[in-house]
Design a protein around this ligand. Structure first.
Ligand code: HEC
Ligand code: HEC
Length: 270
């Protein structure tokens, strides 16, 4: 009799301990499950981003001038961009709906982009499933931490900016660095997105194959370097025949004199 009571008590105590153990651990298990799910969604989004988005928004979401805005950017997460655009919902909803529906027309905040943001969700005739769009939105939202670590204020204009004056002296140019700037390994100018270096291949802008030669004959009285410089800092001054005025107008402010000199040196080898 006492043996049975003792056994019963031990079994009861053991059961209670197991139940207590499960109850204590349940919230952890749920968090693990949720963060595991989120992790997988972000991972799937990263792969989709790599194939579909980096060509316009940059490998790390840093944006490409004249092609697509930065997504890994503080103002997208701290509310500034949303209020500029007049969006009352959350940042996630804004990102999700921007990807889903694209931007058939430029918003006034981004009227400088010649290419439109495509529609991605199959709900609106795009190529991706809604769950893939959720993966992409999770991936973009995952940049919040790095984006919020960026300085809140827009930096004051660079005193070393290239400027539009064609006569101010430039430092000596480094063609190898110009190659990196042109092809996007350094900086975010995105020249390669609009210009091929293969002869005759037209992207948004003309091919720059042989530009060192053609530049010398484009504008009466302009040496090749001067013409290339003007093409970058004042793109509207002389348009290449048959092309629209689509080159970004921001390089005079966003580019340093050194970057400008390096790009000119690089293009003079083409
Ligand atoms: C052809 C270039 C192009 C491609 C490809 C592209 N985008 Fe965009 N995207 C844009 C442009 C341009 C805008 C700005 C549109 C506007 O407001 O005029 C934009 C806007 C956005 C916005 C809103 C940002 C803001 O601040 O308004 C998000 C989010 C976005 N894109 C995500 C993506 C994702 C994710 C992909 C890949 C599935 C993608 N984009 C592919 C060009 C592109
Ligand atoms: C959004 C697309 C776009 C981007 C980005 C872009 N360009 Fe252009 N570029 C054009 C277009 C379109 C033209 C032709 C119209 C004109 O003359 O402005 C052009 C013209 C030029 C010309 C004159 C070519 C000629 O045959 O006379 C040069 C040089 C040039 N770009 C250099 C650059 C460099 C260097 C960069 C990067 C710093 C760059 N472009 C970025 C679109 C672009």
């Amino acid at each position: 009799m006492t043996v049975r009571v003792v056994t019963g008590t031990i079994i009861l105590a053991a059961t209670m301990m197991i139940v207590a153990f499960i109850m204590v651990n349940e919230p952890n298990r749920m968090t693990d499950f949720e963060s595991g799910y989120k992790g997988r969604s972000v991972e799937a989004g990263a792969a989709l981003y790599d194939t579909n988005c980096k060509g316009c928004h940059g490998v790390q979401g840093e944006g490409i001038e004249g092609v697509g805005p930065a997504l890994n950017a503080r103002d997208l997460f701290d509310g500034r961009r949303l209020s500029e655009i007049g969006w009352a919902g959350t940042a996630y909803d804004y990102v999700f709906s921007s990807i889903s529906g694209g931007r058939p027309r430029a918003s006034s905040a981004f009227s400088t982009y010649p290419q439109r943001m495509p529609t991605w969700s199959s709900d609106f005739g795009g190529p991706l499933r809604p769950d893939q769009v959720r993966n992409l939105a999770d991936f973009v939202m995952n940049w919040e931490t790095t984006a919020m670590a960026q300085p809140a204020e827009t930096p004051t204009p660079n005193p070393n900016a290239a400027g539009t004056d064609l006569e101010t002296e430039l430092p000596a140019g480094d063609a190898a660095r110009g190659d990196k700037l042109f092809n996007g390994q350094e900086g975010t100018y995105g020249c390669f997105g609009c210009h091929s270096l293969a002869a005759g291949e037209v992207k948004v802008g003309p091919s720059l194959a042989g530009i060192a030669g053609t530049a010398a004959s484009r504008v009466e009285g302009y040496a090749a370097e001067k013409y290339i410089r003007e093409s970058i800092v004042s793109p509207s001054a002389h348009l290449v025949e048959g092309f629209q005025d689509l080159m970004p107008k921001t390089f005079a402010q966003s580019m340093t004199k050194q970057d400008l000199a390096d790009l000119i040196a690089y293009l003079m080898t083409k």
